[in-house]
Design a protein around this ligand. Structure first.
Ligand code: HEM
Length: 380
C-alpha cells in the first residue's frame, strides 16, 4: 500500500526515478487514502487522464457545493475554460514572450551581479526565487516592493502549513491590487483584465481574482523548481554540464530534458472521473479524484529510451512536464525562456559552480504536487 508519506519522503523526493520505476512495473495505478485519490504512473495513462473528457476539472459536475470560492483555468471545463483561456492566451504566445528576452536577461545578470563578489549563495533564495517573481510581477504591474510578501504566502501554501491564513492574505492583497488598477490603470495585464471585467460578461469578479492568483502562483514555485532542480541535476551529472559548457547551442534541448527529468510539477492537478471506468483491473468510480505522476510518466521506458538517464542532447522528447491537452501550461513559453536564459547565464558567469553541501543533506519541500528544494547552497 502506497501512502502520502511515500510520496513526500525525502528519499523518494531525492530519487523519484527508482521509486516510480518499481511502481510502474508492479502497481501502475494505486489509491492514496490521505489524498482520496488514484495516482497513475505510466505515460500512456497520464496522457489518457490529461486528454480524455471522461475526466473533468470541474468538481461541481460530480460533487455538491464546495469549490473554495475559486474559479481558475485549472478548475473548469469548456466552454468556461475556452473563454477564460482566450483572455490571457495572447499575452503568453512564444512571440509575445520572446519580446521579454532582453529584460529577462537583464534581471538575470543583475541577480548574479549582486552575489558575484560573495563567491557563494543559496541558489533558491538569491536567484531561482527572484527571477520568475520579478518577471511575472512586471507583466502584471505589481510594485517591486510588494513582491517579497509573496514568498511567505506561497511557501506556506506549498508546504501546506497555515494554508488558510496565507490564502486569505493573498486574496485580500489581490483585491486591493485590482482596486488600485481600477483607479489607476497601467500598461499591464492586470489592468487589461480589470477592463475586460468592467466591459461586459466575459469575466466575473471571482474569475478575475482567480486569474491573477493563478498567474502569480502557477508561474512561480514551478519555475523556481525548474531552476533549482535543473542546476542540481547538472551538478550531479558533470559530463552533461561539460557538454553544455562546450556547446551552448544545446540550451533548448537541455532545458526540455531538465523539465522531463526533474519534473518541477511532479503530480498533475486533480481530475474527477465523470463515469465509472476500469484501468489495470482497478475500478475508478464516478466522482473519485485521479492524478497522474508526471515525473513517473516522464521516465517511462515505453516512451523514452533510457528514461532514467539525463541526456541533454535528447531529440525525441514529448515529456509531460507542462501537462497536455487543453490545460497545457499557459506559461510554458515563458518558463522555457526563463530557463534557457538562466541556465546559459549561470554556466557562463560561474565557471566554478559547485554544490556546497552533500546532495543527501538537501531538503525537499513537503508537497505532493511540486518537487522542489528548500535551499541549494552553491559556491563559485
Ligand atoms: C498549467 C507546469 C510555469 C501558468 C500547468 C500544468 C502543468 C504546468 C503541468 C497543467 C496541470 C494539469 O493539467 O493538471 C508548469 C511548469 C512550469 C510552469 C513545470 C515551470 C517550469 C508556468 C508559468 C505560468 C504558468 C511561468 C504563467 C505565468 C499556468 C497556467 C496553467 C498552467 C495558467 C493552467 C492552464 C489551463 O488550465 O488552461 N503548468 N508551469 N505556468 N500553468 Fe504552468
Amino acid at each position: 500500500e502506497i501512502t502520502m508519506n511515500d510520496l513526500l519522503s525525502q528519499e523518494n523526493k531525492r530519487d523519484p526515478h527508482t521509486f516510480f520505476a518499481h511502481l510502474r512495473s508492479t502497481e501502475p495505478i494505486f489509491y492514496v487514502e490521505e489524498m482520496n485519490s488514484w495516482v497513475l504512473t505510466t505515460y500512456e495513462d497520464a496522457l489518457l487522464l490529461l486528454k480524455d473528457p471522461r475526466f473533468t476539472k470541474d468538481n461541481r459536475k460530480v460533487a455538491q457545493g464546495g469549490d473554495g470560492g475559486m474559479r481558475t483555468l485549472l478548475q473548469v471545463d469548456p466552454p468556461d475554460h475556452t473563454r477564460l483561456r482566450s483572455l490571457v492566451s495572447k499575452a503568453f504566445t512564444p512571440r509575445m514572450i520572446e519580446q521579454l528576452r532582453p529584460r529577462i536577461q537583464q534581471i538575470t545578470s543583475e541577480l548574479l551581479d549582486a552575489v558575484e563578489e560573495r563567491g557563494s549563495m543559496d541558489l533558491i533564495t538569491d536567484f531561482a526565487y527572484l527571477l520568475p517573481i520579478t518577471v511575472i510581477s512586471e507583466m502584471l504591474g505589481i510594485p517591486a516592493t510588494d513582491r517579497l510578501k509573496f514568498r511567505a504566502w506561497t511557501q506556506a501554501i506549498v508546504n501546506q502549513q497555515e494554508e488558510e491564513t496565507s490564502l486569505e492574505a493573498f486574496f485580500s492583497y489581490i483585491r486591493a491590487l485590482l482596486e488600485e488598477k481600477r483607479v489607476h490603470p497601467g500598461d499591464d495585464l492586470t489592468s487589461r483584465l480589470v477592463q475586460v471585467e468592467e466591459n461586459g460578461d466575459q469575466l466575473n469578479e471571482i474569475e478575475l481574482v482567480s486569474m491573477i492568483f493563478i498567474l502569480i502562483v502557477a508561474g512561480h514555485e514551478t519555475t523556481v523548481n525548474l531552476l533549482g532542480n535543473g542546476t542540481l541535476a547538472l551538478l550531479q551529472h558533470p559530463d552533461q554540464l561539460q557538454l553544455l559548457r562546450d556547446d551552448p547551442s544545446l540550451i533548448p534541448t537541455a532545458v526540455e530534458e531538465l523539465l522531463r527529468y526533474t519534473a518541477p510539477v511532479s503530480l498533475s492537478d486533480e481530475r474527477w472521473a465523470n463515469e465509472d471506468l476500469e484501468l489495470h483491473g482497478k475500478l475508478i468510480r464516478k466522482g473519485q479524484i485521479v492524478v497522474a505522476s508526471l515525473i513517473s510518466a516522464n521516465a517511462d521506458s515505453h516512451q523514452f529510451h533510457n528514461g532514467d538517464a539525463l541526456d541533454i542532447t535528447r531529440r525525441e522528447n514529448q515529456h509531460l512536464a507542462f501537462g497536455k491537452g487543453i490545460h497545457f501550461c499557459l506559461g510554458a513559453p515563458l518558463a522555457r525562456l526563463e530557463g534557457q536564459i538562466a541556465f546559459s547565464t549561470l554556466i557562463q558567469r560561474l565557471p566554478n559552480l559547485r554544490l556546497a553541501s552533500e546532495a543527501e543533506d538537501l531538503m525537499w519541500t513537503r508537497n505532493p504536487m511540486l518537487r522542489g528544494l528548500r535551499s541549494l547552497p552553491v559556491t563559485f
